[in-house]
Design a protein around this ligand. Structure first.
Ligand code: FEO
Length: 393
């Protein structure tokens, strides 16, 4: 059912309680595809949903107006989680599609758009829909080249699409309805670290453009609508995009017979005893997105792997590929470690990954252990952790 945001403006989205995978992102809390309906002289639908959510989307729209009466569909972003129902809605209503050049190109590559009528907008363009005016601002690469945000001038509502979203399924719609707001900020941080991070350098300009607007609500396309915490989410986006680090170490490892695990914990104890906040994850047992959320603001990144068949352990290889694509901030202090039997290869492969990311690699003789780290060796790893805490990036 629709949820009123202001007179004539409604959330008509769909909540996907079951979705658990989103291009490599394990969505353990589900997600939502937030569509919005503006009822005016011209009725406007802003974004749609994944194709299998069509019935839910129709239910929300139908609780306010007849879906046949939609005049315009704004496509802020053509990824299928927001455009998956567009073809059916265009067919049903004959609505014109408002998007930018890139959005049109992406839609044409995904749908048969022969009969669609497009209205192409650029940054600063405005369209009057009756009592209201919609203004468009392109935000390329947040998350695809086509992304834009739509601002309703009279109602001071920003429809931000992927920006400021969270992958979480909830029965609440607004930030002020949630008791544990810090958990929502953590969800937003995880989303940022796994969706927007590769293009973090573009975030400050986008935030400055948004800060120049008078905003009552930020309505993202996933998760909760921001009302009471607008300034805080904007500030957190600035901070997350800045590469600012805490005195924190993320140790992500995998282990075949427990040797690399022992090294991980010994190094972690050394760091921790020197006052560094330490997070240790077994890569096989942890969603990659959880580890990336912690890497976002960590000063130290330590990755451990046994050598298997002259290579890294397969789950570690997968994590390295995922991390390389997301491009965490340059200059983090990085350590590769692991155990091996007769030929050590894993740490060299991990270091190559660090070099691609412009991390500052720290090496030590105790980081490659042949077979099992005995007590003396564990002490060396512990001492290495302590020394590591003194290195500045
Ligand atoms: Fe939520 Fe880039 O789509």
């Amino acid at each position: 059912m629709a949820v009123k945001i202001k007179d004539g403006i409604y959330w008509v989205g769909s909540v996907d309680w079951e979705v658990r995978e989103f291009h490599g992102y394990e969505t353990s809390k589900g997600s939502s595809y937030n569509s919005y309906l503006i009822v005016d002289e011209e009725n406007v639908l802003i974004d749609s949903a994944k194709h299998y959510m069509f019935e839910e989307l129709m239910e929300g729209i139908s609780s306010v107006i007849d879906p046949m009466d939609i005049d315009y569909i704004v496509v802020n972003h053509a990824e299928k989680d927001h455009s998956g129902c567009i073809d059916k809605i265009v067919k049903l209503s004959g609505a014109k599609v408002i998007t930018n050049e890139k959005g049109k190109e992406h839609l044409e590559l995904q749908f048969n758009t022969e009969d669609w009528e497009f209205i192409i907008v650029d940054t600063g363009d405005e369209i009057n829909i009756g009592k209201r005016t919609l203004k468009f601002i392109k935000t390329p690469m947040l998350h695809w080249p086509d992304n834009m945000i739509t601002y309703c001038i009279e109602d001071k509502i920003l429809f931000s699409n992927d920006a400021f979203g969270q992958h979480v399924a909830t029965s609440e719609r607004f930030d002020y309805e949630v008791e544990t707001i810090e958990e929502i900020f953590e969800d937003a941080k995880e989303y940022f670290a796994n969706i927007l991070l590769p293009y973090k350098m573009l975030i400050p300009n986008a935030i400055n453009a948004v800060k120049g607007l008078d905003i009552d609500y930020i309505c993202p396309s996933h998760g909760l609508i921001w009302k009471e915490k607008i300034e805080e989410i904007l500030n957190r986006y600035m901070k997350w995009s800045s590469g600012e680090c805490k005195n924190k170490a993320v140790i992500a490892y995998d282990s075949m017979y427990g040797s690399t695990k022992k090294m991980a914990h010994a190094i972690g104890s050394g760091l921790s005893d020197e006052g560094v906040e330490v997070k240790i994850y077994n890569i096989s047992g942890t969603p990659m997105n959880t580890i990336m959320k912690e890497i976002l603001d960590a000063k130290y990144i330590l990755i451990g792997s046994p050598t298997l068949n002259s290579n890294v352990y397969p789950p570690v290889a997968m994590f390295l590929a995922y991390m390389e694509g997301l491009k965490p901030a340059d200059g983090k202090i990085a350590v590769a470690f692991g155990s091996y039997g007769w030929m050590e290869m894993a740490t060299e492969i991990i270091k190559k990954s660090f070099e691609k990311l412009n991390f500052k690699v720290v090496d030590d003789e105790c980081l490659k252990c042949r077979f099992v780290p005995k007590e003396e060796y564990i002490k060396k790893c512990y001492e290495f952790g302590k020394k590591l805490s003194e290195i500045e990036n």
